[in-house]
Design a protein around this ligand. Structure first.
Ligand SMILES: Cc1ncc(COP(=O)(O)O)c(C=O)c1O
Length: 400
C-alpha cells in the first residue's frame, strides 16, 4: 500500500460527510463530472414516480393548489437560498440559466438607469471575456436591446473597465474551464462604487462553496441546479434578486406567472411583489419536483463543511498528481491558493481529448474542454479521498 493510499484511507475515515455518498445512486466509477451533471440522489426516482402517478395521474389539476405545484418555484428557491447565503424570499426557481441571465442582465441595466433618473448615460455592459459562451451571447443580445455597448474584458481587468458609463456587469463566480474562483466581495464592491449593478453567474459555485449573496450585497445572481445541486439533466435554474431591489426589478420577460394577480387574466401587466417577479410562464413541474427531492441530501449539511472537504479533495488530488504524473506532462491551470480555487481541478495537456476518453474507459469520469483541458470536478457529498487517489493514479498511468 502506497503512502498516498494510506493517507486517503485516513482522510476517508475522518470525513464527516462520508455517509452522504449512500444517499446517491453510484457504482464503482470514480465520478468527477459532478460539475457538469451531478449524480442521482436516491430519493429522486421515487419522488418522480409519485409526482407522475399520484399527483398528476390521480389528483390531476388539484395538484396545482393542494399539491403545492403553484408555489414550488418560491418554495424550492427558499431551499436553495441558504446554500448561496440568501435569506428567504429572494430566490425563485425556473427556466434555464441562460434565460435567467437574460432576465437579470436586462433587469440590471434597467435598475442602473432608474437609479440615474431614467437617463441613457449608462450605456455599457461589461462581461467576463472568458465566460461560458451562453453568457456572452446573451450579454450581446441584452446590450443590443438596451442600446448598450458590450465590453468583454478579462476578469482581472474588470475593475479598470468600470466607470460612469457602466450600467451592468456580468461575472462568473468560478470559471467553468480553469476552476478559478473570482473575488465576489471585492468585485461587487467595485461595481457598486462605479454606480452600476452586478449579476453573478453561480453555476460552478452554488452547492460547492459559500457565496454570501446577502452578506456581500450582490444585486442579482443566477445559477444552475444540475451540477453541484444534483437536480438532474436540464433541471430548472434559479434567479436571485436582492430584497430591496425587487420592487424596482423590471423583468424583460413579464409572463403571467409573475403577475400580481395571475388568475385575474387582465390585459395590463402588473408585476407581483417579491421573488415571484422573476417568474415567466408555467413551471416545469416534473423537473422542479425532482430537484426538490434532490435537495433533501442537503438536510443536516452546511455549505462550510462542503467547502472544507472540497478544498481537502482538490488539495489531495493536486498532491497525488504531483507525486504520480511525470513532471511536465500536464500543466495545472487551477490556482493553488484556496481563496482562488473552486471545486474543480483543470489540467492542460496537448492530447487531453484522447486522455479523457481512456480515463472514462477505465472508470474515471471527468470531462474534456476544448482545446486541451482535462476537467475534474469534486462533489464533496459523494466523492471520497480513495476516489481521488485512484483517479490520479489512473491518470498518471494513461499519461505515462
Ligand atoms: C457558467 C455557466 N453558465 C451557464 C451555463 C449554461 O446554462 P444553461 O443551463 O442555460 O444551459 C453553464 C453550463 O454549463 C455554465 O457553466
Amino acid at each position: 500500500m502506497s503512502e498516498l493510499t494510506r493517507k486517503a484511507e485516513k482522510l476517508d475515515a475522518a470525513d464527516e460527510l462520508a455517509a452522504k455518498r449512500a444517499e446517491f445512486v453510484l457504482d464503482d466509477v470514480v465520478y468527477l463530472d459532478g460539475n457538469s451533471l451531478g449524480a442521482l440522489p436516491a430519493a429522486v426516482p421515487g419522488r418522480v414516480e409519485d409526482v407522475v402517478r399520484r399527483q398528476w395521474g390521480e389528483l390531476r389539476i388539484r395538484s396545482w393548489t393542494e399539491g403545492g405545484w403553484w408555489t414550488a418555484p418560491e418554495r424550492i428557491g427558499d431551499r436553495i437560498a441558504p446554500l448561496v447565503g440568501a435569506a428567504a424570499g429572494q430566490v425563485v426557481v425556473g427556466d434555464s440559466t441562460s434565460v435567467n441571465v437574460f432576465k437579470a442582465l436586462v433587469g440590471a441595466v434597467r435598475l442602473a438607469r432608474q437609479a440615474d433618473g431614467g437617463g441613457l448615460g449608462r450605456d455599457e455592459i461589461v462581461v467576463d471575456a472568458t465566460t461560458f459562451p451562453t453568457d456572452g451571447y446573451l450579454a450581446g443580445s441584452a446590450a443590443r436591446m438596451t442600446g448598450c455597448t458590450l465590453r468583454p474584458v478579462p476578469p482581472s481587468e474588470v475593475t479598470d473597465a468600470l466607470g460612469d458609463r457602466t450600467a451592468a456587469v456580468l461575472l462568473n463566480h468560478v470559471d467553468y474551464r480553469t476552476g478559478r474562483l473570482h473575488d465576489l466581495p471585492s468585485l461587487t464592491a467595485a461595481v457598486h462604487a462605479a454606480g452600476a449593478y452586478v449579476v453573478w453567474d453561480l453555476c460552478h459555485s452554488a452547492g460547492a462553496l459559500p457565496v454570501g449573496l446577502d452578506e456581500h450585497g450582490v444585486d442579482l445572481a443566477v445559477g444552475c441546479t444540475y451540477k453541484y445541486l444534483n437536480g438532474g439533466p436540464g433541471a430548472p435554474a434559479f434567479l436571485y434578486v436582492r430584497a430591496d431591489l425587487q420592487d424596482r426589478f423590471d423583468s424583460p420577460l413579464p409572463g403571467w406567472n409573475s403577475h400580481a394577480e395571475p388568475f385575474g387574466m387582465r390585459a395590463e401587466y402588473e408585476p407581483a411583489a417579491g421573488a415571484v417577479r422573476g417568474r415567466v410562464g408555467t413551471p416545469d413541474i416534473l423537473s422542479m419536483l425532482a430537484l426538490e427531492a434532490a435537495l433533501e441530501v442537503w438536510d443536516g449539511v452546511t455549505i462550510d463543511a462542503v467547502r472544507a472537504k472540497s478544498l481537502a479533495l482538490t488539495d489531495f488530488f493536486l498532491e497525488c498528481v504531483e507525486e504520480y504524473v511525470p513532471e511536465g506532462r500536464v500543466e495545472c491551470v487551477t490556482p493553488r491558493a484556496h481563496g482562488e480555487r473552486g471545486s474543480q481541478v483543470a489540467l492542460r495537456c496537448p492530447d487531453a481529448g484522447d486522455v479523457m476518453e481512456r480515463l472514462i474507459e477505465r472508470g474515471v469520469v471527468g470531462d474534456f474542454r476544448r482545446p486541451d483541458v482535462l476537467r475534474f470536478g469534486f462533489t464533496p457529498l459523494y466523492v471520497g479521498f480513495a476516489d481521488v487517489e485512484r483517479a490520479a493514479r489512473v491518470l498518471a498511468e494513461e499519461l505515462a
